[in-house]
Design a protein around this ligand. Sequence first.
Ligand code: SF4
Length: 313
Amino acid sequence: MSPAQSAEQAVFGPVPSRRLGLSLGVDLLWPKTCTLDCLYCELGLTTRLTRERGRFRDAGQVLAQVEGRLAELASPPDFITLAGSGEPSLHLDLGLVLSRLRDLSPARLAVLTNATLVGDAQVRDELCLADLLVPSLDAVSPEVFRRLNRPVPGLKVDDMIEGLKALRRQFSGQMWLEILLVAGINDSPRELDRLMAAVRAIAPDKVQINTVVRPPAVAGIRPVEHGRLKEIAAGFPVPAEVIAPPRGQALGGRGALADQVVEMTRRRPCTRGDIAAMGGLNPQEAQRLLEDLLSQGRLRAEPYGEEVFYRGL
Ligand code: SF4
């Protein structure tokens, strides 16, 4: 896929998500535009680091793409999820897009947000149009926040926490707070105590504990071991889980599968197992598809830990 085509592509999937079942992704931003530049980001370094809201993609074009993709599917996805190349709440048309998506499909609406803008009442009002919010909070101490999440100047983690508390009071849907732990950075007993106190004050419906499972933006950072993640999850004052691997669900339309794999892995590197699950393929079929795409120069393989991830080019 050429860079021009990629820049125009705002809809990806449906893809099997670790959290959401079958999820149709909607990307309001291109190139990567975010308030943070997290060490662990699977999208690579932040191209445009900003906290100024703007109209990064044309909302009408994005919605037309969603409508077209929904028409190709045999049944609606479980979720339509605003995520993608950065922080969705940076888009000034977030509320408009959520309202129109509500009219387009019976799928539930989710927003994955880094919560950096929830101190803004307008952003909170717009986020409240979703059914599910998955905000992130990885640190409470300003120095850990700066080191791990590398925010645009002027962002304060205290404002995020106050904003999350206000959002929780206002939002009647589900709120799952994601905490991504990186060994040696935000997994100290002191930082975990502070995170647990923040979680108690925010009162999300549940906490999802994650770690570095895909190639990170900055090489050399390490995941927290799985057993330790489970111990940490057990200590939270609200229900907490370590995010589980995706459950595979088949898609129709084999002809478009190669394009979908390239598009999906451009945003989120995937293992052969992820791709098999996405396409309803057995391991041999997934391997053949990957070999074809590798030989065509449309994917590259990136070993990480004990896995090999595939990234779309
Ligand atoms: S992980 Fe999310 S919040 Fe962090 S830089 Fe990447 S897109 Fe932005």
